[in-house]
Design a protein around this ligand. Sequence first.
Ligand SMILES: [Zn+2]
Length: 273
Amino acid sequence: MALRAQAPGVTLTPAVVVAGAPELVRVEAPEAQSVSGEWMGRKLFFFQGKQAGTWYALAGADVESPAGPSTLHITAQTSGGELDLGRSVEVHEARYRTETLSVAPEFVQPGAEALQQIEEEKALKEKIFRASAPDPLWSGNFRRPVTARSTDSFGVRRTFNGKLESVHKGMDFRAATGTPVRAGNSGVVVLAARLYYEGNCVVIDHGMGLYTISMHLSRIDVREGQHVNGDDLVGLSGATGRVTGPHLHWAVRWQDAYLDPAKMLTMNLSGIR
Ligand SMILES: [Zn+2]
């Protein structure tokens, strides 16, 4: 009971949780030896902050997560036993636009050969996204991957060629072909390959289930397994894969959830690690 009386605090930033938003979970638990958690079916991975007794997890609510109450499960392991820090978190609906687009027909109704390729790439991506580094590899704030104007297009429900519906799970930068694309933060390149929809694609693992993905590149300048620092060149923007024109599609993925990159860029992570 003594432990309960000094029950440590759990803080979410931003405090109001919207579908598609990244969230920094901060736990103050001076007596904790480790902290674990789970939120909407995804495991929370905590690391120790610079300040003693402070633990952090970078998490988020998927763009398609339903509005309503959710339970944030957090447990601190102490020498005196487990401390339950769970609480209810309201997930608010985000109002995303809808739009219609036209792309080459093979991207809406792929042929048999393409379908085979798409299946293989799906398996490859699943494998990559299951094998994130156990420690955070990022440090400080995430930065824009390209010097170009961005469009407010995350979460937009798109209809391609009047048929295919999909939610736009990234941020588009209006970058002309050949514009340098840089790593948004430090991490390890876990995919550098040409894929059917993504075109030339670079995936960077930032650890603990967090990834950034750059698509439609005209050139790739990194190798799989390579460690990159924030601002390192990963390639040049282009128009490969399913596109309507040259641009950089940049996505932030946490486990299987897609988060708004624009919001990730505004998160203050300096001083945390
Ligand atoms: Zn896009």
